[in-house]
Design a binder for this molecule. Structure first.
Ligand SMILES: Cc1cc2nc3c(=O)[nH]c(=O)nc-3n(C[C@H](O)[C@H](O)[C@H](O)COP(=O)(O)O)c2cc1C
Length: 169
């Protein structure tokens, strides 16, 4: 396959185990830069980010999800927020956040990093905000765990394309 974009889309897998190799700060900013180039309604760019590398913070954050082992094993975390003061439409702004997060996952893939989108932690979003000293103006959308993949044997599958096509008129 020729297109690097399609390659990244098809090769990207959720990576949940990481090596201890640190991630250069520039790469983290590159991933966020890819995120902010996602489309948003009215180009309102409602996303905001918290970067977490600190071990104590990671430990505290890990207590807010079943997936604590992923958070503890990651070299960096990026919490993706919506800023309610920048929002104009709940659904469209959440769609923009999804586009932003997927851009970030694809950027991680392009940079040979591994990443996983963590959503289960949202059930404790109030506690996460407390930890970051953020008020309810900021609505947590996901935490992305990042690191160099321990291995690349992850498998995933998708149903047959035909199962998703409602009509082809
Ligand atoms: C909204 C959303 C929430 C997710 N939450 C979690 C999570 O909390 N923990 C986790 O390990 N993976 C989580 N994932 C990753 C999915 O499990 C994964 O994308 C799916 O199984 C397909 O695998 P793939 O990403 O390797 O193609 C989440 C993905 C999405 C889009």
């Amino acid at each position: 396959m020729q297109s690097p974009i399609l390659q990244a889309i098809y090769h990207r897998r959720s990576i949940r185990e990481f090596t201890e190799q640190e991630i250069d700060s520039e790469l983290i900013y590159e991933i966020i830069r890819a995120g902010i180039w996602a489309p948003s309604g009215l180009n309102n760019q409602p996303w905001r980010f918290v970067i977490v590398r600190d071990k104590d913070f990671r430990e505290q954050l890990s207590r807010q999800t079943h997936y604590s082992h992923i958070i503890l094993g990651a070299q960096a975390l990026i919490a993706v927020y919506l800023d309610r003061e920048a929002m104009y439409d709940e659904v469209k702004d959440q769609q923009a956040a999804g586009a932003c997060i997927e851009n970030m996952l694809l950027a991680a893939e392009a940079l040979d990093l591994g990443a996983v989108w963590l959503g289960q932690i949202l059930k404790n979003k109030a506690e996460v905000n407390k930890l970051f000293k953020l008020d309810e103006r900021f609505d947590l959308m996901a935490v992305i765990a990042l690191g160099y993949p321990l291995h690349r044997q992850q498998k995933s599958n998708r149903k047959n394309l035909n199962e998703f096509i409602l009509k082809n008129i």
